[in-house]
Design a protein. Structure first.
Length: 118
């Protein structure tokens, strides 16, 4: 797994699934607010005139020469909750992102958001 500090070096690189099928291009990383560990990536997908950012979990992600490989299927990732390329993830939309991948979602102990963009 890459370190969150290294994300600037990986921005724009391909994000691929376990079969090395391209999902899209890495835009940014969201970290878990409790651990500050990389949790989700936003990946640019779509046609040039209709681009959007989908959320893809980074658990067990690995890097290769010029790509970031995630463990999730390309089609599942492309159907994931998304935001506009200049949009933000709203707090009330966080649970949907986790649910799409069958991941548990809990807020912080004081009810704070779970994800923060880095």
């Amino acid at each position: 797994m890459f370190e969150a500090e290294d994300i600037r070096e990986w921005r724009g690189h391909d994000v691929v699934d376990a079969d090395k099928k391209k999902i899209g291009s890495l835009e940014s990383v969201y970290v878990d607010t409790a651990t500050d560990a990389p949790s989700f990536a936003t990946v640019t997908v779509g046609l040039p005139t209709r681009r959007r950012l989908v959320f893809v979990p980074l658990g067990d992600a690995t890097v290769g020469p010029g790509y970031l490989k995630v463990t999730w299927d390309r089609n599942l990732a492309k159907d994931a909750p998304s935001i506009d390329t200049d949009g933000e993830l709203l707090a009330e939309d966080e649970p949907q992102v986790f649910s799409h991948y069958g991941l548990p979602y809990t807020t912080g102990t004081a009810g704070e958001r779970r994800l923060a963009r880095r």
